[in-house]
Design a protein around this ligand. Structure first.
Ligand code: DQA
Length: 138
């Protein structure tokens, strides 16, 4: 299985960005650990991070994967365009949030991806990415 790991805006700065909320593990370290976990299941992992909504949708449109794991960052709360792209990708999508979004500001309780993602993991730190890999691996 080919798993695509996607990270949206501001997640390229993981490790340095608000470590009290998001921890000190960098995105490169997370991607490396996620690749090792995917390989332990016999799967491959491709990764992509962007701060640009259109670039993310272009990547999803490439359709070169069998499952998606995505941390959509703030797009979670308002991007109907990302919702439409994920709804049309025809593979299982697992949404990951490092922080417990429901326990934070009110605007983070809004999630426009509900209904198009197969599974959501939030508040488990960066290890949530590994749980997502396990989940799509069945
Ligand atoms: C996040 C939560 C979002 O609300 C926020 O905008 C992010 C990161 C998380 O991983 O906890 O950028 O998706």
């Amino acid at each position: 299985m080919r798993i695509l790991l996607l990270n949206g805006p501001n997640l390229g700065r993981l490790g340095a960005r608000q470590p009290e909320i998001y921890g000190s593990t960098t995105l490169a370290e997370i991607e490396e650990a996620a690749r090792a976990r995917a390989q332990s299941h016999g799967h491959s992992l491709a990764t992509f991070q962007t701060n640009h909504e259109g670039a993310m949708i272009d990547r999803i449109e490439q359709r070169d994967y069998d499952a998606i794991v995505i941390n959509p960052g703030a797009w979670t709360h308002y991007s109907w365009a990302l919702r439409d792209a994920l709804a049309a990708c025809d593979v299982p999508v697992v949404e990951v949030h490092i922080s417990d979004v429901k326990a934070r500001e009110e605007f983070r309780r809004v999630n426009v991806l509900t209904g198009v993602v197969a599974h959501r993991i939030a508040g488990h730190g960066w290890q949530g990415y590994l749980e997502a890999i396990d989940w799509v691996s069945g």
